[in-house]
Design a protein around this ligand. Structure first.
Ligand SMILES: [Zn+2]
Ligand SMILES: [Zn+2]
Length: 216
């Protein structure tokens, strides 16, 4: 799996471009502000066929440009517990604008999800097989996309290198997050590379040993 990360937007949210082994098709994980300009041009230049947009959860900084990828032909994948956030982000404008005052109405565009996935589902995308794991607590519809053969998991904001997702946002739940990390992330093989929604990559084994918040 050829993966490149681009930290974008006001929260430096990672957008990941995944390219199939034959170099023909690609998918994107999360769509922060700036992802359209950063990735759609590259996809076109490289002659890749965009097939999927995987949304780890419905927070604005992970989905605000999802509509651009949908318009470019990507099938949009997400968890139904974040349906309101993803398909009606306009309703949450005031909350985000109070945090980032320079955002305009144009920054709030919903997207229609093509396929809702949940715990245990299998997803074939750009030549890879992903297992979906539900990791709520940071956001109700938080999911991770785990590619067992490639030993990578895109974890969104559930866990970071040396930290975990915040739970002080609406519908956050600290105990639920820690339980999800223990049951659905720490049960992955230790050498699984975790690619989070913010910051650099880590591994399951390293977090089990050193994460100060989520102990195994
Ligand atoms: Zn988030
Ligand atoms: Zn985030």
């Amino acid at each position: 799996m050829n993966i490149s990360a681009a930290p974008l937007g006001p929260f430096e949210t990672n957008a990941y471009l995944i390219v199939s082994d034959d170099g023909r098709t690609c998918g994107v994980v999360d769509a922060p502000k700036g992802a359209g300009a950063a990735l759609l041009g590259e996809i076109k230049t490289r002659g890749l066929k965009l097939t999927h947009l995987l949304i780890t959860h419905g927070h604005w900084d992970h989905m605000c440009e999802a509509h651009l990828f949908a318009a470019a032909g990507a099938q949009v994948i997400a968890h139904r517990d974040d349906q309101q956030l993803i398909e009606n982000i306009e309703a949450y404008k005031d909350r985000y604008q109070s945090m980032i005052p320079w955002l305009t109405d144009d920054d709030f565009c919903s997207v229609k999800v093509d396929r809702w996935v949940t715990e245990g589902d299998a997803l074939a995308a750009c030549g890879f097989n992903f297992e979906i794991r539900h990791v709520p607590g940071h956001c109700p519809g938080s999911i991770l996309f785990y590619a067992a053969q490639e030993k990578v998991a895109f974890t969104g904001d559930a866990i970071f290198a040396g930290s975990v997702g915040r739970t002080d946002l609406p519908n956050g739940n600290w105990n639920q997050l820690l339980e999800a990390i223990r049951q659905r992330i720490y049960t992955l093989p230790d050498d699984t590379v975790l690619l989070p929604g913010h910051g650099g990559q880590t591994t399951v084994g390293r977090e089990k040993k050193t994460n100060p918040y989520a102990k195994p």
